[in-house]
Structure formats: structure tokens, C-alpha cells
Design a protein around this ligand. Sequence first.
Ligand code: CUA
Length: 491
Amino acid sequence: MISKLPKYLAVFSLMWLFVISCSPQHQQSTFANAGPVAQQQSNLYYLMFWIAALIFILVQGALIFALLNFRRREKPIPGSDFTVPDIPPKQVHGNTKLEIIWTIIPALILIVIAVPTVRIIYETYEPPENSDPLEVVAMGHQWWWEFRYPDEGIVTANELYVPTDRPVRVTLQSQDVIHSFWVPQIAGKKDTVPGNTNTMWLQVDEPGNYSGQCAEFCGVAHARMRFRVIAEEEADFNNWLESMKTPPKMDTSEGYGLFLAHCSMCHSIDSYNNGSYEKELTMQDERWDDWYFNQEESVRVSAPNLTHLGIRTMLAAGQKDMTKENLIAWIKDPSEFKRGTRMQSVASVYKGGPAKLEDYEIEAIADYLLAQIPEGWGVAKSGGEAEEEEEALVWNTPEEHGEYLFVNQGCAGCHSLNEEEVIVGPSMYGLIDRSGDKVSGLSEEEYIYQSIVYPNEYIVEGYPANVMPQIFINLSEEELQALVSYLKTIK
Ligand code: CUA
């Protein structure tokens, strides 16, 4: 008995593990229902659980009763001290009446379970009628979530803001493989399937953060494909909607240039602009196609939208908290942080290893990203902050202005100024001599101008397309002219 003790202890502690995993205190417990959909799914679960528990007790009870009462026993021979072995009981085969009963009973149980199951399955597809749901598209990617608000023109990633007490219709899609959208306390699971659209809905009763998780094995980082539902009272939610359409306090720090040069091929950062929603959807498809059809050479792949990253609470799809320290570690060596991420195998700045950037440059990018906070965000809550005066920049000549833009818009991150060095794109050395007869009918200035605004139409031989960010169309005419003036001076 003593020697068996460790074995019992091991079994007991394993059972204990199972039991605590059911605790409603756990943030991914399906027992801590926080909305009507989860509540309904729980009710169905409890119905089945108690029916199963009753059957278990009846069957086990009958088994134990039979074991004890009909076990083989020795019988004493009357008038002597001897016993004889028991004679086997009468053996019976088949009983029509019993067989009919134990066929009908399970059939009835199945009906009792099936009716509410089918009803609830259908009810989870669409929000209740006349309920004015919020429309959200949840798009699964390896290994992160893209959330789109088509009626609001907002795209974000990994953190889904919803209002409380209002149904949210979630349209489920995937760009690559099958994932599954699951917020244990609120609703789920339902698969996101490439080429097929599923729908479900959810509703949250109380403001708070609710943990979500991809629930379908989708590759190496499946377990690290988390997300968060952030539920807010209607007023706070509307404030968030507005904030997402408000530009950040503009920050043209060094980090901005570095970001444009190394990160902006895959990550959009300015989706607060009008009309950027459609642009982002198209870009995301292009990035994906680019990578999918040429995985060896592509330098971009679909990636999370980083607009207003500074207000996010998590990093790398829930891998870590959003802190400067974590962000730096993530930029430096993403695969060390989260195995499977494509960042390192695709982006030119990594080429399979740690970022080819100095520590201060990585810090500058992190500072820039964390400063991506909508203007006025949190001011209402914290009681108002003094506005900092922005220092006005003055340039004496267009060339000087152009040089500033060349560095601060990120051009310098990819284009060197000397003949020998090639960073990512062609060197700017001797640009003016090369551009004279490049395209017939275009002057030198026009050629340079066009190459900035429509980079893909003026690819220099030997360099891949789609590498240069096509965002310079956002520069003002004056800024573009200044850039051209500056580029002309590089001899
Ligand atoms: Cu996506 Cu598992």
C-alpha cells in the first residue's frame, strides 16, 4: 500500500490540474461568461453535463449493484464444515422488451440535446434582429489578427475594441490557412477559412479586457496567436473610434525615417487618413501575393497595421506587454521573441539574422512607434495636458529642405550617397547623370520626380519592385520639388 502512494499522489495532482483549469478565475475560462453568446453556449454545456452525469451515476450504480449481488460465492454444505463452489447463475440471451427500452431512451436523450444545440448554433451566426450590430471583420494571419471596421474605415491588429451591451457581428476571414476565433469568456470558437466567409456575433456585458486565442492549429506559432477584446462603455468606445481617425502628434524624429526605410513596406502606420482603409486592404493583398508567389525573393509580406501603436497594450500578438524594453527586443531579433514570425526572413533589414541597425537606431524606431498616439488621446481621462509648442523648421534653400526630407522621410535608410555602397535601393551617387536619357520625353527633374511618386514604374535594372514605399505621394508639391532639387546636387 505504501509503495503505491506516490502513484496515487501523481494521479491526484494531475486531476487537480484538470480541475483548476476549470476555475472561472482563469482569464480564458469558459465558465466566467461575460456576454449573452457565451452564456447560451454555457447553458447548453450544462444541460449536456448534467444529463451525462445522471447517466454516469445510473450506469455505474447498476454496475456496482450487479457486481456485489451476483458475484460468485461459495455455499456451505448443510450439516458439515465443507463448502461447494457456487453454480453459475442461469445464463440469459436476448430480451426484446429490454432492448426496445434501451434503444428508445438514448434516442430521447439525443432529441433533448439536439433541439437546443441546433437552435443555438443558428442563433450564434447572426445577431438578434433589429439590434444595430457593430460590423467587424476578423482576419486570421500567420500568426496575428487583423481587425477591420468597414463602416468606420478603421484597420487595427490584435486588439479588438468593442462597445459594451451592443451586438458585434464578426465576419471571419483568413488570408493564409485555417485559424479559429475564440474569446472563451465571450464567444466562439469559429474557424476563419481562406476563400470562405463565416459569421458569428458576440456581445460583452461589462467593460474590461478579455483574452482571445486562435483555436485551430495553424503552424509553428499557433499557440502565440493571441488577441484581446477591449470592451468599453459606448462613450469611451466612440472616443476610440474618433481617435483612430485622428493623426498622432506628428513626430518626424530620426525613428520616423528609419521606420519608413526599413518597416513601412509591410507595416502601415498612417491609417488615420481619409481613404486609407481601401488602400490598406489592397496593400495587404499585394503584400501577401508578393510573398506567396515568390517566397525566396519577396521583401514584403502581409503584416499588422501599426497605426497608433502607442495605445496598444500587447506586443507580437499577445506575446508580451507593450513596453519600450520589449519593443526594442522585438525589433532587434523578432524570432528570438516569437518563433515563426516572418519579419526576419522577409524584411531586408534582417535577411535572416538580427536587425542590421545600431542600438540607438532601434531605440529611435521604438520611440517613434510608442509616440504613435492619437492627438488628445487620454487627455479627457487625465484632465488635460499642456500642449507642447512645435518648433518651426526653416530652410534657406530648397536643396537644404530636400536634404532634411531625404534623411527624415527615410530615403537615406535605403539609398547611399556614394558610388560603392548599396544599402537596399540604388545609390544616389551621380543620379542626375543617369537620369538624363533614362525615359525619353522626361527631363532629369521629371524622371526623379516620377521615380519618387511612382517607384514601381521606374525600377532601376537589377533591383526588385515593390521595395520602395509608395507613400511619398503624401508629400506636398513643395516638399517633392525640394527633394528633387537636393537629389540633383548629389554628384
Ligand atoms: Cu492561427 Cu492557430
